[in-house]
Design a protein around this ligand. Structure first.
Ligand SMILES: C[S@@+](CC[C@H](N)C(=O)[O-])C[C@H]1O[C@@H](n2cnc3c(N)ncnc32)[C@H](O)[C@@H]1O
Length: 206
């Protein structure tokens, strides 16, 4: 069963800011600048939707955004966001259940892929890969382990906490970069944050 953050929706942003300060926002905002004007954008697992406001601060109009979020509480909060005069379609479902039609110039996965097991990541990744147009951009922000003990301990605590609260299905970080490599993506840029624990990568589909 996919992870559902319903039970944490009311305090997710406050909690993540308490632990990471502004690092999560900086890491995602850094990539949002790469969204071209008038693009069709798929945002998956955007949580409470602050990312919609950040994106609309960069492009007040012209974007055609599809916001896919499995948590109904997160989706309800996201619907209240100011999105300028961009077109936004909200889908309250798992990404795996959405139309596989190839429709997007940009796919954004902000701290989504870490929630999957190797197996479910493989399927969800293949689905989004199909939805992204050839030469399209995939903006991915997520955790990485670079061998520091504190990273491993912090990640384990987060998985433990979200397993109890939200039924998150994995207890270890799946090989996210392996999926991009396997599907032939080119790395256009990489930037790390929070002692290299967070990595924002701009990929391009072949
Ligand atoms: C770790 S939270 C990140 C939230 C937000 N991106 C942020 O950084 O504040 C992951 C989000 O992905 C959503 N999610 C998990 N699995 C999903 C799936 N298969 N399809 C769509 N959304 C999913 C969860 O409900 C949750 O809101």
């Amino acid at each position: 069963m996919p992870s559902n953050y319903d039970n944490s929706a009311a305090f997710y942003d406050q909690l993540s800011r308490m632990v990471f300060g502004k690092a999560l926002i900086k890491a995602q905002s850094h990539l949002l600048k790469q969204v071209p004007p008038n693009a069709s954008v798929l945002i998956v697992g955007g949580g409470t939707g602050w990312i919609l406001e950040e994106l609309s601060n960069i492009h007040y109009s012209g974007l055609d955004i599809t916001y896919v979020e499995i948590s109904s509480r997160m989706t309800a909060l996201a619907k209240k966001r100011n999105t300028g005069i961009n077109k936004v379609t909200f889908i309250n479902d798992a990404i795996e259940n959405t139309s596989p039609e190839t429709a997007y110039d940009v796919v954004i996965t902000p701290f989504l892929l870490d929630s999957f097991t190797e197996d479910t990541l493989e399927k969800a990744f293949a689905h989004m890969h199909q939805q992204l147009k050839p030469k399209g951009l995939w903006l991915c922000t997520d955790f990485q382990l670079t061998g520091k003990l504190w990273q491993t301990l912090l990640l384990k605590s987060m998985y433990f906490f979200f397993r109890i609260l939200c039924g998150i299905e994995t207890m270890s970080l799946p090989k996210i970069d392996h999926q991009f490599y396997k599907h032939g993506y080119k790395v256009l840029s990489i930037k790390s944050f929070y002692g290299e624990f967070i990595i924002s990568t701009r990929y391009q589909k072949p």
